[in-house]
Design a protein around this ligand. Structure first.
Ligand code: ATP
Ligand code: PRP
Ligand code: MG
Length: 324
């Protein structure tokens, strides 16, 4: 998470500088009045809650587990695009669990009694307790460990685990499986702040706004390509109308259309126009097909680095949340 966070900040032209690799403090040259502290995820959330730090970047799972639904925390950006995983129940694929494939089936196993409850090991005792209670598990016992939870069922120290799953490899390699209804939450990196700090100190809100703008501009751009194509046409308007009427990708406001000048015996002549649009990455090939059909040729595709909109919708949402 630390590497991904630093990577995102670097991509947003925020250079986090640690004077010494063994130090836990750093600064950001672009944000003069900001002090950066490196802390474990659980401590980031604890310190945010108490107001000892103003802003933090952690996994949503940690925010929910250690934030315990605190009203002092507010999410500034909920999808930083890294640390994607989900928190889920894992049970053995073998033995008494061989034919158990859903949470209801697990809860309904006659085996679990007051004396012999279902034993679940997890690092997420707050979320785990709430989840199991909500789903009607009566005879259940939660225990906790700091890592390598997937070993617990084979070691005989637990029946099931509740842990993060990403690729699913760790579960599989330990002969464990997910079950339907067994996912507690989806998680990825989030940007969080202390609500009181945002409300009472304008400089904190200003920094949150600037960081949010940079993150949004970059993350929005990551999902898009700039597409440039040449089109033969009678005028810029005629080419623009062809794009607007025959393709599904008009660009941010509308297509940019610019004349392409060719040399006709010493005079600049315009037969072609270059059009520029933005296209969501998954739709690139479809857009190219549409452009070709509308008369486009020489299609150039390049990645986008930033898209700064007039105002980020997430900032408007943040101001709303601060009022609530
Ligand atoms: N396999 C994974 N794939 C994607 N994201 C993950 C994965 N495992 C954990 N994460 C995310 O990374 C966060 C940090 O994970 P974890 O608590 O293991 O920290 P760490 O970086 O390994 O540091 P440490 O274990 O030393 O505290 C988790 O809260 C979760 O949001
Ligand atoms: O589905 P996968 O892609 O296999 O990833 C899931 C594993 O990743 C995390 O562990 P981590 O590597 O952080 O080790 P830890 O639990 O010992 O901290 C998590 O606790 C799972 O064990
Ligand atoms: Mg870890």
């Amino acid at each position: 998470m630390a590497e991904d966070t630093l990577g995102l900040m670097k991509d947003c032209q925020l250079s986090v500088r640690k004077l010494n690799p063994r130090q836990y403090i750093a600064d950001i040259s672009e944000l003069k009045n900001v002090e950066v502290w490196f802390q474990r995820a659980s401590d980031v959330v604890r310190k945010l809650k108490t107001g000892d730090v103003d802003m933090g970047i952690v996994g949503y799972d940690m925010l929910r587990e250690y934030g315990e639904d605190s009203e002092d925390l507010v999410i500034v950006h909920d999808a930083l695009g890294f640390g994607e995983c989900h928190l889920a129940i894992g049970i053995p694929t073998y033995g008494i669990f061989e034919n158990i494939n859903s949470l209801n089936e697990l809860a309904a196993m006659p085996l679990w009694t007051e004396d012999r409850p279902l034993r679940v090991v997890t690092g997420y005792t707050y979320l785990g307790k709430k989840f199991l209670e909500k789903h009607g598990f009566k005879h259940v016992q939660l225990s906790t460990a700091d890592g390598a939870l997937e070993a617990a069922p084979a070691m005989g120290t637990a029946d099931a685990i509740l842990d993060l799953v990403s690729s699913g490899t760790t579960l599989r390699e330990n002969n464990l499986k997910e079950i339907s209804g067994g996912a507690v939450l989806s998680s990825q990196g989030v940007f969080v702040a202390n609500k009181k700090a945002l409300l009472e100190r304008k400089e904190v809100l200003d920094v949150a706004h600037e960081m949010l703008e940079r993150f949004e501009a970059h993350l929005t751009a990551l999902g898009q390509f700039t597409v440039v194509a040449n089109m033969r046409g009678a005028s810029a308007e005629e080419v623009a109308e062809r794009i607007l009427n025959n393709t599904s990708y008009p660009g941010l406001q509308g297509p940019t259309v610019s004349p392409v000048y060719t040399n006709e015996g010493g005079t600049a002549n315009v037969d072609y126009y270059a059009i520029t649009i933005c296209v969501p990455k998954p739709q690139l090939y479809h857009a190219v097909q549409q452009l070709r059909k509308a008369g486009g040729s020489g299609v150039l595709v390049s990645p986008l680095t930033y898209i700064f909109d007039e105002e980020t919708p997430r900032y408007r949402q943040l101001l709303e949340n601060l009022k609530a």
